[in-house]
Design a protein around this ligand. Sequence first.
Ligand code: BTN
Length: 329
Amino acid sequence: MGEVCDADILAAFLAADGDYVSGATIAEDTGVSRAAVWGRLERLRTEGFAFEAVRNKGYRLETTPEGLHPALLGAHLLRLACPAHLHYLAETDSTNTQAERLLADGEHTPFVVVAGRQSAGRGRRGRAWFSEDPGNLTLSLALRPQLPPVRMQTFTLWMGLSTCLAVNELCGVDLKVKWPNDLHWEGKKVAGMLTEARSDSEMLRDLVFGIGLNVNSLPESFPPDVRPLASSLREAAGRPFDLNATAAQLIVALQRASDAFLEDRYRETFREQWPCHDALVGRPVTVSLTDGDISGDYLGIDETGTLRLRLPDGQERLFAAGDVTLRKQ
Ligand code: BTN
């Protein structure tokens, strides 16, 4: 309740776009007394907000916290008219794991888990996902899709492509999708995605889509071994981003993308847009599997999201899973 109201108050400031808002207007719009508004602003000040107060004019939002703040994120979502059902945690083991716990407890879907920090973030194939930098985003979207498991083959690819399109437009960058689960900028990883689903023999029971998006990390903040391979939106755009606004935009993009997927309204865009944003197009690549590496020329993906590789002997081989690295030409 406290956060909902704080989000409403902060949404009024975001709507004013740097202008003054009178205490009376906020009180009326949010349904609390003027004294309560004042009390809430005082508390928000202790959380990193700065409000200028001017007699007969009201309050003006001067500064917002740099890190994730649940009410500010909620305010941005309100401004975007996104009815996201949000679970914010300053810290958790993994947002995917937390989403799974909530699903097991019967939480109503769709919902989003956002964490300020993960202590045991998971990547694909049992790898860890490190995101110590509080300027980055780690979040998960939980769904109960009424679909057969076979329909989900292209889900993560579609979610990645949709995120790529949205981020490129909103942030003015040129990210690419790298099969199967990454977003890259100039050959370096900016985002990784992990979809985990449980199904009965015929129907999916539930699904968690997690994404780690490097937003404001500077190159030197990545661990030395990761530095040559990782990048961020900040590096790609040459400027930092408002983390709460970016989180809200990402959540909106993910909810829209998953709606389009579940309603089967994604195929045309997927077919047309994937090749336009494909990091691997026309490149010699190596696909790493558990039992060895296979090299060839990348030919794109088919309708089911399967990777097509031209082997040196001219044969075509298909891969439903694996890790791909670009080979030097
Ligand atoms: C990968 O690149 O291997 C996938 C990384 C996925 C990381 C995200 S961060 C939010 C969500 N919670 C997790 O534990 N993992 C995913």
